[in-house]
Design a protein around this ligand. Structure first.
Ligand code: UD1
Length: 359
């Protein structure tokens, strides 16, 4: 069996590394080709992840880089198509919901190549989010839909997708976290930054709705106010960094700004944080697994399982809600609950069983 994996962004690498490992072990005589679209290209957004995740180097780099959605998607399709024609894979594996996912799904489907979508069936029901459009298209055209939360089943049925295409295998991003746990637990990045475990807030922001307009300045001010009560550590995504520079936002007292961190360092900080403030999807899940309170600066989430688990709170797309965090933490029920079903470090093995059955 010839399998081709298409990755493009930081979270794609985290979700795909265990899948490649499990499928290479299950199908050692198959061919396993990794294509990196280059949607993320900074060393700190990409290379570092290959090193830490123990993932093989990509066989092909498409170097599409940044651009508008149409440009990024079109460039990926143009550069991927000849590769797929040449390699004739039996299966193209695409993770997540980024523009690389959309482009790969469209290109493969037009060539009649079966697609496996990892992290299928998530829906925010907000089509103004680029990721929602990308997910809907990837699911519609995939043959194997790998689900990581049970709510995905109803979401997909509502779009007319048959149960025979769905496989509830669990969360491959959590596989990576579980595999790295002993390594990140010993790093203690918090003390290196001079903050006390359990007593600081960790922040990540990168979504256009929050960082591309006036809300960014308001969010930085709200974080600076929070920093008067608890130190705030903020590794800044390149998109956010550019917007902060353009808006003239400055470092405020108590805000510890850094470059994007490697994954092990970031997990170490997340596991030791008193609270996490984010607009990311994956971080809502990782905090749920780790039992860390997460406050999500969005109006909706495609991951309601993290709300039901009791770790995640939707603050809304409203920077002023950051001021409510200290009181919420003080009144919080600290009881640690079980992670959602099949978030157990073995999702990629179950996925590999399904794929191997087709070989
Ligand atoms: C993308 C995904 C988002 C995902 C996020 C994870 C889409 C539509 N969005 O958002 O779903 O949560 O990745 O990080 O696919 N840039 C750099 N260096 C890089 C990458 C980006 O400087 O290595 C800058 C560029 O200015 C670029 C901007 O960041 O224009 C945005 O990058 P882009 O890939 O368009 O989207 P992300 O915001 O990273």
């Amino acid at each position: 069996m010839r399998i081709l994996y298409v990755v493009g962004t930081r979270p794609n690498l985290v979700k795909t590394a265990p899948v490649i490992g499990a499928l290479r072990a299950r199908l050692p005589d198959g061919s396993h080709t990794i294509v990196h679209t280059g949607q993320h290209y900074d060393r700190l957004m990409s290379e570092v992840f290959f090193e830490e995740l123990g993932m093989p180097e990509p066989d092909h780099m498409l170097e599409v880089g940044s651009g508008t959605h149409a440009v990024q998607t079109a460039r990926t399709m143009e550069r991927l198509e000849p590769l797929l024609v040449d390699q004739e894979p039996d299966l193209v594996v695409v993770p997540g919901d980024v523009n690389s996912t959309l482009a790969a799904a469209l290109t493969a489907t037009k060539l009649g190549i079966p697609i496996a979508h990892v992290e299928s069936g998530l829906r925010s029901f907000d089509r103004s989010m680029p990721e929602e459009v990308n997910r809907i298209v990837a699911d519609e055209f995939s043959d194997l839909l790998f689900l990581h939360s049970d709510e995905a089943i109803e979401n997909l049925r509502a779009e007319g997708i048959g149960d025979e295409r769905m496989h509830f295998v669990g969360n491959t991003m959590i596989d990576t976290l579980v595999a790295l746990e002993s390594r990140f637990r010993e790093l203690d990045v918090a003390s290196r930054l001079g903050v006390e475990a359990g007593a600081f807030a960790l922040v990540t922001l990168h979504r256009p709705a929050l960082v591309d307009g006036p809300l960014l300045g308001e969010t930085i001010s709200a974080l600076a106010s929070l920093a008067a009560e608890m130190p705030v550590v903020f590794p800044v995504h390149p998109r956010t960094r550019k917007m902060m520079e353009a808006a003239g936002a400055r470092e405020a007292d108590g805000l510890i700004l850094s470059e994007p961190l490697g994954y092990l360092e970031f997990l170490s900080l997340m596991a030791e944080a008193g609270a996490v403030i984010t607009d990311s999807g994956g971080i809502q899940e990782e905090t749920t697994y780790l039992g860390i309170p997460c406050f999500t600066l969005r109006d909706n989430t495609e991951r309601p399982v993290t709300i039901r688990a009791g770790t995640n709170t939707l603050l809304g797309l409203d920077p002023s809600a950051i001021a409510t965090i200290p009181a919420a933490l003080a009144g919080r029920d600290a009881e640690r609950r079980e992670p959602p079903p099949l978030w157990d470090g073995k999702a990629a093995e179950r996925l590999a069983d399904v794929v191997a059955a087709r070989a």
